[in-house]
Design a protein around this ligand. Structure first.
Ligand SMILES: *Cc1c(COP(=O)(O)O)cnc(C)c1O
Length: 404
C-alpha cells in the first residue's frame, strides 16, 4: 500500500481522560511515583510509560510526537520549543569535538549561523557545498565527517535535494543524513527516501497559524532515546522542551495540514505560472523551468503538490520593497518573515531571513537583492489575488501593461 502520511495521522486515536475526543492536556511539570524503585528505573530509562519530569517528556508532547512520526514514517519523534531547538540538539548529539559536517550552503539563516559561527567554538567544522552536485558533496567528505545536512527544499532559493542520492552517499561513508523538511511536509517523506533523521520547524506549515514557535525531530526509537538521555542527551540537557499546552494546540492544527497543503500548493502553482507567463523570473519546483522539477516528481507525494513557497526576482531591492509595501497595502498578504500562514507572507530574504549569510556569499549562491520570497496563503480565489498583484506590478513599472 502507498505510504500516505495524512492517512497515517488520521488513523491515530487518542482519547481524553473522560472519553473526550481530544487527549487530555498534561498540566504538570513533575510526576509522582508509587514506588521509589520505579523512580530510579525511570531515571535509568528503564520504565516505559512512566513520566518523570516535563523537560524529559510529557503525555501531550508524546501525542504530538507520535502524530509527527506517523507523518514521516519514523519509529518515534521528540518535540521541541522551536525548530532551532530541534536542529541544534540533533547536530550537537551527532557531532562532537573534532568531527566534521557537510552541509548544503542554502539553508535556513539560523542553521547557517549556528554551523558557521557557533559550532566551530566546539571544534566542530562544517563545509558548505552546493547540495545539488553529488560529486562535490562526496568530495567534501573527510574521515572525520559525521553528518550530511540539507533541507529537502531549501530556504530561500528552493533548491531541491536528491535525498535518495545523498542517502546512498551517507551509507557508503557511514554518515547520518539529516534533512530539514520544513518547506515540504506531506509533500516529501525524507525517511522513505533513505534519510536517517527528519527535522521540522513546526512554526511554519505544520502548525500553520503563526501563533507559536515549535520543532520536532523524527527518527528511530534509539536516536530519540539518546536525545532524551538524562546523562548525555542534547534534548534533555539543552532544555528546549515544548510546553504541553502548546503541544496540544499544535496537534489540533496538524489535523488540517493535508487540506491546507493542498490549497497552499494549488495557489502557489497558479501564482508561479502566472508570474512566469508575465515574464517575471520565478522559482517554483512545480514549474518545468525549475532545474529540479523532474527530481521533485520522483520524490513527492503528488496529492500534496510542490508546496506553498516560491520566489520571484523583480530586479532591485527598491522594486522588491515597493511591491511588498503595495501588496500589503492592498491586503494581499503581509510583509513578514516566516511561512505557512493562511495569509500570504512575503519578505526580501537578502535583507531579512538570510541576512546572516555574508553579501559576497549571497550573490555567489544567487541570492539577489530583488528576490522576494512568497509563502502563498490559503486564498479562496487565487485568480482574484493574482489580478491585484499584477496591477501592483504594472503601477510600479515592474511589468508593462499590454495597453501601454
Ligand atoms: C523557520 C525555520 C527554521 C527554524 O525554526 P524556528 O521554529 O524558527 O526555530 C529552521 N529551518 C527552516 C527551513 C525554517 O524555515
Amino acid at each position: 500500500m502507498k505510504f500516505n502520511p495524512a492517512d497515517n495521522i488520521q488513523d491515530l486515536q487518542y482519547f481524553g481522560e473522560f472519553g473526550g475526543v481530544n487527549p487530555s492536556i498534561s498540566d504538570s511539570s513533575t510526576y509522582t511515583f508509587i514506588s521509589a524503585k520505579t523512580m530510579f528505573d525511570t531515571f535509568e530509562g528503564n520504565a516505559d510509560g512512566c513520566y518523570l519530569y516535563s523537560r524529559h517528556t510529557t503525555p501531550s508532547n508524546l501525542y504530538l510526537g507520535e502524530a509527527l512520526a506517523a507523518m514521516e514514517g519514523t519509529e518515534t519523534a521528540n518535540v521541541y520549543a522551536s525548530g532551532m531547538g530541534a536542529i541544534t540538539s540533533v547536530l550537537l548529539q551527532l557531532a562532537k569535538a573534532g568531527d566534521h559536517i557537510v552541509s548544503s550552503r542554502t539553508i535556513y539563516g539560523g542553521t547557517y549561523a549556528f554551523l558557521k559561527n557557533f559550532t566551530p567554538q566546539f571544534n566542530i567544522d562544517t563545509t558548505f557545498v552546493d547540495i545539488t552536485k553529488l560529486e562535490i558533496v562526496e568530495a567534501s567528505i573527510t574521515p572525520n565527517t559525521k553528518i550530511l545536512y540539507c533541507e529537502s527544499v531549501s530556504n530561500p532559493l528552493l533548491e531541491v535535494a536528491d535525498i535518495a542520492g545523498l542517502a546512498e552517499l551517507a551509507k557508503k561513508h557511514n554518515l547520518k543524513l539529516v534533512v530539514d523538511n520544513t518547506f515540504s511536509p506531506l509533500c516529501i517523506a525524507p525517511v522513505k527516501l533513505g534519510a536517517d533523521v527528519v527535522i521540522h520547524s513546526l512554526t511554519k506549515f505544520i502548525n500553520g497559524s503563526s501563533d507559536t514557535v515549535g520543532g520536532v525531530v523524527c527518527g528511530t526509537q534509539e536516536f530519540i532515546d539518546d536525545l532524551r538521555n538524562v546523562n548525555d542527551g542534547a534534548a534533555m540537557l539543552l532544555g528546549s522542551t515544548m510546553d504541553s499546552l502548546r503541544a496540544a494546540s499544535v496537534l489540533k492544527n496538524m489535523r488540517t495540514l493535508h487540506i491546507r497543503m493542498k490549497q497552499h500548493s494549488h495557489n502557489a502553482a497558479y501564482i508561479a505560472k502566472q508570474f512566469e507567463k508575465d515574464g517575471i523570473k520565478t522559482v517554483y519546483p512545480g514549474l518545468m523551468s525549475h532545474p529540479s522539477h523532474e527530481l521533485f516528481k520522483t520524490m513527492y507525494n503528488d496529492e500534496y503538490g510542490f508546496g506553498g513557497m516560491l520566489t520571484v526576482d523583480v530586479g532591485s531591492l527598491e522594486n522588491a520593497n515597493a511591491l511588498m509595501e503595495m501588496m500589503q497595502g492592498k491586503n494581499l498578504g503581509y510583509l513578514a518573515v516566516s511561512l505557512g500562514f493562511y495569509k500570504t507572507l512575503f519578505s526580501a530574504p537578502g535583507t531579512s531571513t538570510s541576512s546572516e549569510i555574508p553579501e559576497d556569499e549571497q550573490s555567489e549562491m544567487g541570492l539577489n537583492d530583488g528576490l522576494i520570497r512568497f509563502s502563498i496563503g490559503l486564498d479562496n480565489d487565487i485568480e482574484r489575488t493574482y489580478d491585484i498583484m499584477r496591477d501592483c506590478m504594472i503601477e510600479l513599472n515592474i511589468l508593462q501593461s499590454e495597453l501601454a
